[in-house]
Design a binder for this molecule. Sequence first.
Ligand code: PAF
Length: 279
Amino acid sequence: MKIITSIEELRDQLRGQLRTAFVPTMGNLHEGHLSLMRLARRHGDPVVASIFVNRLQFGPNEDFDKYPRTFEADVEKLEKEGVYVLFAPTEKELYPEPQEFRVRPPDGLGNMLEGEFRPGFFTGVTTVVLKLFSCVQPKVAVFGKKDYQQLMIVRQMTGQFALPTEIIAAETYRADDGLALSSRNGYLSSTERAEAPVLYQQLSHIAQQIHQGRHDLPALEQEVMQHLAQRGWKPDYIAIRKRANLQTPAADEVAAGEKLVVLAAAKLGATRLIDNLEI
Ligand code: PAF
């Protein structure tokens, strides 16, 4: 695997490649990321991964400084997956001057759910994704469904800018007890780690209730928020939304069988976990 830190060298290395499959990451790779690499390999060749902890998508009180950086272990894992190029630019390389041109997602989609609780987050994500796409020029790029809203926003951005990159969605990779793998799981104490699968259990409970015909969705969301709070969680949101656009479904749409997804974000101790489940 070639480890490349400069944009110019990356362009030289990938010149003439028409089927590049790209997986952008912030490193601290786990099985979830590796499953994205495997999916990328099924959709293109060569596979290019990036590792870049993108300051633009972290709020002032978030974990940019303590975000886990495990470069050597990451390199070993990517080599085993047969990744052809790892693009790992420094901040100076990717943002040689303040990144004043930014891509701002539309208010409706960008300011709800994660966007409400992490102002500026999606602008940071879309800006870096557009820039990484411009460097790698991939035919396809793989994003995990774990970051459901991110996936939707990146897909819409790619469509509206007519970028020549197809966005492929990868299923969420879960531990045996249901917890969605995330780099931030490493912040959990052992007691918190034991409690963490409850978030997915509650999403599954919501899915089950809806499948059994329950239609009072706001009440169901509230019940689960309360349940989590009683167990010591601090939920930001539990939101049952339409898969198509992440808007709240009307009662008649639910009754007519609208495709739904339930999304959740909640803090367990100091760690904020997100998850979702298509219903
Ligand atoms: O999902 C992530 O890891 C990041 O948001 C991404 C897409 C690599 C952009 O920094």
